[in-house]
Design a protein around this ligand. Sequence first.
Ligand code: AMP
Ligand code: ZN
Length: 749
Amino acid sequence: MASMAERSAKGGRAPSRRRPRADAGSRKQAVLSLHNTLTGSKEPFAPLEPGPVKIYTCGPTVYRHAHIGNLRTYLIADWLRRLLETSGYRVRHVKNITDVGHMRQEMLERGEDKVIAAALAEGKTPSEIARFYTTAFLEDEKKLNILPAHVFPRASETVEEMVEMTRTLVEKEFAYESGGNVYFAVDSFPEYGKLSGQVISGLEEGGRVQADPLKRDQRDFALWKAAEPGRALVWPSPWGDGFPGWHIECSAMAAKHLGPRIDIHTGGVDNIFPHHEDEIAQSEAAFGHRHVNYWLHGQHLLVDGVKMAKSSGNTYTLSNLEARGFELLAFRYLCATVHYRARMNFTFASLRAAQLALCRLRLKLSEPGGRVTKTARAEGERQRRRFWAAAADDLNLPRALAIVWQVGRSRLPTPIKRELLMDFDRLLGLDLVQPARQPKLPQDIQRMVRERAHLRQASDYPPADEIREKVISQDMEVRDTRSGTVVVPVPEWARRQEAISTSGDVESLLDGTPDLDFTIGVVAHQGCKEMERCVSSVQRWLGSQRAEIIVVDNGFNDDCGHHLDHVAEDDPKVRVFHADHFLGSAAGRNVCLRQARGRYVLLIDTSVEATGDVFSRLRPLLDDATIGVVGRWGVMTHDIRSFDEATGTGDVDAVEGYMMAFRREILREIGLLDEKYRFYRHMDLDFSFAVRSRGYRAVVDTELPLKRHRHVDWEETPPEERERLSKRNFYRFLHKWGDRKDLIISARP
Ligand code: AMP
Ligand code: ZN
């Protein structure tokens, strides 16, 4: 524990005076300005008092791995600290660790957090879990070159102080006890709402949250809660055994380690209300004066336009990036390309671009020298000033990075470039100037490289080129430079360059004439065996049909992606697309649709197996111009809310997505699948309704030789999650089609 607290910053540059250092070059002139959430404007920064600048950062909740959205927020705090330090300030940075003290027992019992429920089932104690994820968090930060905070206080070790602060608030009549809970009385603090402009959460306003009968006013929030029966971690208090509220944590920890006045408090924008609003109320009511001078909030990281969050099922951790072969500093670079107050949409394509940029930038420094002249020095100084001015302007890293690139690409002599980039890197933290790393090559490659060098020396080029091709075919990059041949392994991330990040990454062939009869589309996200069974059953029954099978690896995390490549190698009819992450159910299928070259398109779920010649039987149905979509399974409805499985062959309200077949040309009329359906449920019904709204029929043929097996996407999704995702899709569908009763068969006269 002690090893974690009070750790000093890496590099330990700590100038003793607050004035910018004389040797800080242009930073002497650079006046820092920061956007303060409290005032809504950019303000010049001035420290409160002599001594170090005090920064408090809302830290992680340690019962799961931090996701890269969380880490973006910590990177922002790190850049802020580095900016202050490189500007000559001394900094004291405190980042709290929210450990299990605050885990809600009911939440665990409902099994809402799979990770923690599993750990508890294995007999691990809450403290063991917290310790494990704390270590993991500190490692993650280290991998991203985030300087360790000087203090990492644990919530569970600061409970006494929280109780003390709560007691003060009760004494001063800002808080009251009610049924073993203590609440902060919001109306006792007239400035409540000054940070966020909000006094009550949208949810509560809408009346959807049950009123708490113990509160005098529904806006009041808990400082202390009575322990529920069976709760593992409880603390004594003047109000009985219980545990502290979340917000009081940060007020108490900040005060304990930084005193009652703080220069800068950071966090993500989702912390503004209620967390930071409540922190202000508690601290300022208790101390009787302003608590925090500058509030700095980082915007969110999004994936496919949705905030990255555990509850959205769209999180990535650093190990997910590492597994794809990326250097983690590429993520740091990527974050620097977006201003901290702007939302950042994460894609693997952008991460690849960042990785490439970082590699290229470093390479610039290995180019041969150049003469250091007075003019070159002056130009270097000019760029240095520009860089630090950009950084000082509300941490404008995108602008600063642009200057880094100007320097990198410039004709400045390499020694000056190196000096500048080393200077810039004190802020950026990207390891821009690295010692040249010579990766060890496999023996056979080394032998080939030597042999090729001999051949080239003898000007015997054709066999030399042959060897070159052989080396390249083993995922190596061969570069012949003036000073010799450089052979480096092509990193995994670059090999995967063909992977797609959105359905729009594949060309749409829909305007062309179909040159095949059938396109069979299979999209798989999990379940390698299921995918294989489905694809091989299609291969078996395709016979001599002029057809293609498009398989989309919709972000497989395991080896199934590689396995698919082998399937494609063995059968020229199979084409494979790899997505670099789960694109969503509809988007994955749209990859097949955009690429379809068949007159007829079949989308088959991996839970389905062909047990006979589906294709010959489908043809006459698909040639019937009154029919828009054909399936093996379908549903009927009375109210567009509940759907029952249709029993026989014939017209249905909608065809189910286990197997849907249609003429390709119909897509020109109705468009592709609606990509807002990231989960599969109701996506198929939406498609059928779109088809039927154009006057076509949806038809089921129960004689189609298809068999249904276990549905992986359903079974592998935890129950609460699939319920939530299903609900979301249901409302999306209802909103679109709810008033189209005219479409349903039972409503017909
Ligand atoms: P939590 O562990 O949920 O308390 O989050 C830790 C920190 O990460 C907080 O400062 C949040 O504001 C921040 N955070 C959560 N989700 C995101 C996201 N998608 N993008 C950026 N920051 C986030
Ligand atoms: Zn906090």
